[in-house]
Structures are given as structure tokens and as C-alpha cells.
Design a protein around this ligand. Structure first.
Ligand code: UDX
Length: 450
């Protein structure tokens, strides 16, 4: 099929590239001309494992193009995937102005029938508004529009594999034509009729994805409800970690056993500095607002949010307890991205942590394998190290803020020697307390006996 993707952020770019990978003819556009220029020149505006390979392959085969003029994309696509941002407004609601703008664009530029697929995360009932907007803005045209909601469940860092090997594909539709077209679009994924170009743990063998056809309202709700549940799960694990700490238990032993119960499941129970990124925190907030506006008291989600905010306080308390005085001391920080395998620092706990360290008068020396360029823009005044060892050099404490794999197996004697005081505070429970002790470190983590 001929597909247009509007918006080339994480979701749009991965969606466009993967739709081309499975055989469609895709054109991607964005109102950020610089992004399009980078993409046309063969560059990538984001770091996402496997994406470069997929994009360059699809471009070589002539199935993927980028264009700066959104009207051209609308004209070219029989299906149009809306992947624009829905950032939080100051009150926590999702800002839907970009969706409205795209609706106007599609309505005024379309000259043939279009399947309009809402991929951006939006509050329930947005699809209904989108339909209304399309018919209002297209009042002088005879073009038929079919609207669908097709929420994404891509995780940054494994987004390509998540797209090509999903466990479920949710399509919210009001008519059969939309469902049929979407099934056609996803047929190669449903049939597993291609070789996944990336090898990641998220690329399992196994059953084909579930194809779930719902109403548009349900599809929108599924996305917010899923992400908010994940956030709840993490905050729950973090509370149990605090309790474990007080009671002398070990959170990792606790969640391991809990997770073996299939009713609970083992993922998203890792205690630490809490959740960040551009999805979980904003989706949680938007969901709370949606519930409030709908007259439903979902304050348990507010609690999850509060618990998450307190993670940094708790961690800084531990640092103060260990260092006594923080002011004037050099602190090394390992990890800036909101999670490993991405350069994304939006709502990253590591960034909040560093702001707090600066407020408390520390000198911060940070290292991240991918996110340092982005971090420089928001934290211009800290020192950036060239490696984890360089971050440790002369530091009185080394904090682990993101669980990059490479931090698991550092040359610990070398780190020990580099530090002014061999103190490690592990905000992601990445390392083994016994091993750190063996290497002569003072080691503290979250929810585990020191
Ligand atoms: C999330 C959803 O998982 C994905 O389905 C959705 O489409 C987009 O939002 P992402 O933002 O890439 O994906 O991050 P995710 O892997 O969900 O992690 C979110 C945050 O939670 C990270 O900061 C991570 O470090 C943290 N986290 C995750 C924990 O603190 N503990 C856990 O056990 C799991």
C-alpha cells in the first residue's frame, strides 16, 4: 500500500521505516525541516538500535522517502498515519493541537479516499473528534475518510523489534473498510512473512501477534490504561523496595518470587530511581485528567506519580547519609538517558537527579554512552566525562542512574583506584552487592541490605 506518515519522531520514524521494511511504499514528512534534511542526507535524528539499517535498506529499495511538504505526503498516501506529538499541557492534559492541524491538512489536501490512522497517544474520544474535524474541514470536498486508532506499544531501545514482532496489534475501527485496510497493511507482520533485521531480546520466536479489533474509543483507552498500569507496577515495586529496606529484606528476591506468579508477571517490577521518558509520565498524567474530567476518581494513579517523584528524594537522602556533606564534592554519575539503549533524556530520572545534586552544591561529572549530546543542551554547566572511568576519576561517590549494560562489567579495580572515595550508589540495582564488597567498595542500592 501507499502510506504517508506525518511526524518523524520516535514513533513516526520507526513506524514509517518498519512499514517500508514489510513491503509498503512509504513517504514520511515532518514540519521540522531540519529533521527531514538530516533524514534525506542519510542521517538519523535519534539513536534507536537497528533503525538505521532498516531505513537505509528501505531507501535503497526505493520504498521509503522523506519530504518536507506535508501536502505531498497526503497526496501520496492511501493510508495516512498520524504520528505527531501530543505533549502535556501545563495542567497535564494532552495537547492535541498538532492532531487538529493535521486533520485540517488532510481534509483540505486529500483528493482521493484516505484511511486516517491515529497512532499518536491520545485520550479516548479523540478519534471521534478527529472524524468530526475531518468532515468540518473538508466540507466542500467529496472525499471519503475512514478513521482508525492503532495505538503503538513500542519501547524505545527495542522499537524496531517491537514493531515487527508485536504481541498484539490493536485496531480501533468504526467500519469494515478501515479494518480490512489495516489488516492488509499488517498482513506481513501477522503472517511473520519476513526476516526481522534486528536481533534483540524483544524478537521472540513464537505465536503470531493477536489481532484485536475494537471500537476507536476502546483502542485509545487500551493505550493509556496499559501505560498507566505499567507505571503503577513500577511504583508498587518501589514502595515494596522501601519497605524491604526498612525490614532488612531484599527487593530482588521479593520481586523475583512475585513475578513467577503468572497473574503478576515478572516485568516492570524493577525497583530503582523510577520511571521516566516521554510516555509513561505524560500518559499517566493525561489519564488521570481524562478520568477526572469523566467524573471518575482515579487517585491511585496520582499516588503512583507521587511515589515516582519521591524516588529522587529517597536516593539523595541515601547519598547525604553516606557523604554527610554533599556541597563542594565531586559526584560521578553513570547514565543520563531515561533508560538504556536510547539517547532520550526526556523526563529522565538521571536529569532530575543531577539538577538536585547541583542544587545541593555538588560538582557533577557525568557519562552516558549515547545521551551526552542531548544532555549538554539542558545541563550545560556540568562536566562530561569521556568514559565511565573518567566519570569515576576523583569522584567521592559514583551514582548509577541508568542501567546500561556496559556499566555491569566495568574494570572495578580500575574504578576503585580512580575514585577519591570508593563509594557506589546504585540507583538501578544493577550490580551485585557481594561483588562490590569484594572489590572493596562501599556499596548502597535500593531495597537491598547495604
Ligand atoms: C513505554 C511503553 O512501555 C511502550 O509500550 C509505549 O508504547 C511507550 O512507552 P518507553 O517509554 O520506551 O515505552 O519505556 P519503558 O520501557 O516502558 O520504560 C519506562 C520507564 O520505566 C523507564 O524510565 C524505565 O527505566 C522505567 N522502568 C521500567 C522501571 O523503573 N522499572 C521497571 O521495572 C521497568
Amino acid at each position: 500500500m501507499k502510506i504517508a506518515v506525518i511526524g518523524t519522531g520516535y514513533v513516526g520514524l520507526v513506524t514509517g521505516a518498519c512499514l517500508a521494511e514489510i513491503g509498503h511504499d512509504v513517504i514520511c514528512t515532518d514540519n521540522d525541516a531540519e529533521k527531514i534534511r538530516i533524514l534525506e542526507a542519510g542521517g538519523l535524528p535519534i539513536y534507536e538500535p537497528g533503525l538505521e539499517k532498516v531505513i537505509s535498506r528501505a531507501r535503497q529499495q526505493g520504498r521509503l522517502r522523506f519530504c518536507a511538504n506535508p501536502a505531498d505526503a497526503v497526496a501520496a498516501g492511501d493510508a495516512i498515519f498520524i504520528c505527531v506529538g501530543t505533549p502535556p499541557l501545563p495542567n497535564g492534559d494532552a495537547d492535541l493541537s498538532a492532531i487538529d492541524h493535521v486533520a485540517r491538512l488532510i481534509a483540505t489536501e486529500a483528493r482521493s479516499p484516505k484511511l486516517v490512522v491515529e497512532k499518536s497517544t491520545v485520550p479516548a474520544r479523540t478519534g471521534q473528534e478527529l472524524k468530526r474535524a475531518l468532515s468540518v474541514y473538508a466540507r466542500n470536498s467529496q472525499v471519503a475518510f475512514h478513521v482508525a486508532s492503532n495505538p503503538e506499544f513500542l519501547r524505545e531501545g527495542t522499537a524496531v523489534a517491537d514493531f515487527l514482532h508485536p504481541n498484539r496489534i490493536v485496531v480501533g475501527v468504526d467500519d469494515e473498510i478501515a479494518e480490512r485496510q489495516l489488516r492488509e497493511i499488517y498482513r506481513p507482520v501477522l503472517d511473520r512473512a519476513f526476516q526481522c533485521p534486528v536481533h534483540a531480546p524483544a524478537c521472540p520466536e513464537g505465536p503470531a501477534p493477536a489481532w484485536l479489533v475494537t471500537t476507536i474509543n476502546s483502542a485509545e483507552l487500551i493505550k493509556h490504561a496499559s501505560n498507566s498500569f505499567l507505571a503503577l507496577k513500577i511504583s508498587y515495586a518501589n514502595m515494596v523496595a522501601d519497605l524491604a529496606e526498612r525490614l532488612g529484606a531484599d527487593i530482588q528476591e521479593v520481586v523475583r518470587a512475585m513475578g513467577l506468579d503468572p497473574r503478576i508477571g515478572s516485568s516492570f517490577l524493577s525497583a530503582g530511581l523510577g520511571f521516566g521518558g516521554f510516555c509513561l509520565p505524560k500518559d499517566l498524567q493525561a489519564f488521570v485528567h481524562l478520568a477526572e474530567r469523566s467524573g471518575v476518581d482515579f487517585s491511585m494513579l496520582r499516588e503512583a506519580e507521587k511515589i515516582n517523584r519521591r524516588r529522587i528524594d529517597h536516593f539523595c537522602g541515601k547519598l547525604r547519609e553516606a557523604l554527610w556533606v554533599v556541597r563542594g564534592k565531586q559526584i560521578g554519575v553513570l547514565g543520563l538517558a531515561f533508560k538504556p539503549n536510547t539517547d532520550d533524556i526526556r523526563f529522565a530520572p538521571a536529569i532530575d537527579l543531577i539538577h538536585r545534586l547541583i542544587e545541593e552544591g555538588a560538582r557533577v561529572r557525568a557519562y552516558d554512552p549515547e545521551a551526552m549530546d542531548r544532555a549538554r543542551a539542558v545541563l550545560p554547566h556540568i562536566e562530561y566525562a569521556t568514559s565511565a572511568y573518567d566519570a569515576a576519576q576523583g569522584s567521592e561517590a559514583l551514582l548509577i542512574a541508568t542501567e546500561w549494560d556496559q556499566f555491569r562489567s566495568l574494570d572495578w579495580p580500575r574504578v576503585h583506584q580512580a575514585m577519591a572515595r570508593p563509594l557506589i550508589l546504585d540507583g538501578r540495582n544493577l550490580l551485585s552487592p557481594a561483588e562490590m564488597k569484594r572489590h572493596g567498595f562501599e556499596y548502597r542500592s535500593l531495597g537491598r541490605p547495604d
